[in-house]
Ligand binder design. Sequence first.
Ligand code: SAJ
Length: 417
Amino acid sequence: EKICVVGLGYIGLPTAAIFANAGYNVIGVDINERVVETLNKGEIHIEEVGLPELVKKVVEEGKLRASLTPEKADVFIIAVPTPIHEDYTANVDYVIAATKAIVPYLEKGNVVIVESTIPPRTMDDVVAPIIREHGFAPEKDIYLAHCPERVLPGRILIELIENTRIVGGVTPEAAKKAADVYRAIVKGDVIETEAVTAEMSKLMENTFRDVNIALANELVKISQRIGVNAHKVIELANKHPRVNIHLPGPGVGGHCLAVDPYFIVEKATEESPLIQTARRINNSMPHFVVEQIERMTTELPSPKIAVFGLTYKGNIDDVRESPAIEIYELLKRNTRFDVRAYDPHVKQEQVSFPLSSFEEAIDGAHLVVILADHNEFKNMKAEDFAAMKTKVIFDTKNCIHIEDENVTVYKIGNLYS
Ligand code: SAJ
């Protein structure tokens, strides 16, 4: 069987590699020439645990190759981004373009799967009509399904195989055919349903997490007013067998949690006040963090602040929609501050401002602000902060464990104890 994967990003590339490793003949398609060239050399353009080795192996075996244009295949998998417009509506242009790109190569009986996250009804109202326009009946000629990806960056190769998959068919037969494709590689359950149910399930998973994090972030603000340690409150409340409050932090980033809830809001605005409020609370956190930094440094005429961590979460290299970048930029706007940024996972070309080394950032600093829970930061000891002028740390991820009389550590959930 031959599989054509359109979009070789964080989802498409590992998916292509896993099918290739399972013995399928896989062609990966991307509009970016550099991505295609890199892959054909057996190399990759993104950071993901285990992926360089797997791609090298399957490219050398001739099981995976890349191209700028699609080819005929038995199964087509579309894994392109769905960014968000400035008015917070989904931009499904790449999904439309990818569908149009494969249509000339389609034959009766092919399976077409969209993995990209899409607003509810997109399969029925947007993708199916494109197939119909080209003379196929999406109800019987082509098996059309939505199978949302659900993998966590940093664990993609494990989760692609172990997670339960939801396969929403435009027809029950399509759900079955598409589910069988995944059954060849997935160890978890593969559940068949309708397209719109699969679309909504995916969006609700990320919305659940976003709303739950908003609750934790609201608790931080409440705790500061009341004078209680929010981290302790969460720890104790979570001892209840049916409670799972998430972790507060400097905001919610990435291209999933901070985006997907809007895909629901766009289709049911009046019915989604809770989801919208949660988004607002999480979006307010960078400002909240900067306000706390201002309070911590009011006495200093020109505080030197070292920002530690720019990615949207720990142990990854992704700075998309990162609250840490917003915090850095907000701090920079305050001319009183001398701000340095350090992140061992981020390369200079990923950001539009100068990065510092660890030594440059910490030398003479009055405050270190931790914005990502990278392992490098979690393991830091009191001695690592020796070059600071005043040894004060503001840990927004509750990940630093230093008990030393010379170092003051403020936690986001326990600000002035
Ligand atoms: N965060 C918190 N507190 C928490 C958990 C996360 O503040 O308790 C923050 C993180 O720091 C980060 C953001 O939320 O800024 C998102 O991080 P994440 O680890 O929750 O998720 P993502 O965006 O990396 O991946 C999510 C996952 N979805 C769920 O866990 C429900 C993943 O399984 C999805 O495949 C992915 O979105 C996606 O592509 O939709």
